[in-house]
Ligand binder design. Sequence first.
Ligand code: GRF
Length: 203
Amino acid sequence: FRIAVFASGSGSNFQAIVDAVQAGKLDVEVGLLVCDRPNAKVVERASAAGVDTFAFRPKDYASKAEYETEIVRRLQERGIELIVLAGYMRIISDTLLVPYAGRIVNIHPSLLPSFPGLDAIGQALAHRVQVTGVTVHYVDGGMDTGPIIAQRAVEVEEDDTSDSLGAKIHPVEHELYPAVIRLIRDGSVRLSEDGLRVVRGRS
Ligand code: GRF
């Protein structure tokens, strides 16, 4: 079962997935890293882990359809079965969504549908919520929308800052994402035919 991870930044979730694979806790092959920022730290992490990378600059392409077509070509060439978005800061369009329908997941640092989009941790602090968390969901054409697969709650304390709350949320992500990928890999979780809900249990 071969997956591709898409990331734009630090790649701590990419690392958590690679580490779970190397520790024998997740029976997948990370076949490709796709990164839209060639200078991102995640590119170094992939090279250290021996994972092939497709790093590109969106501005080198005439349109999103063009670079996504190139991505699809590279995914299909490698037989990628699941796309794992891990801090990939771009909306996915139909060029990718159609060939990979029901096979794209994302992780987001809030309890969706609260606080979609940029800086979910800052949004949670600004709203002075007492509980936030982490969501893994199937991806549709929206921003952090799509059927929810799993969520974990994280308590916010009165004096939390973006850094201190992030320090509580990230380890939860690093545990949850490999666990969810395992469920999908095992066939215990999938997206319904109509794309509207998550189906659990092996068929
Ligand atoms: C994570 O908080 C993830 O939930 C969000 O982007 C961040 C990526 O962090 N979508 P990293 O690059 O995996 O360290």
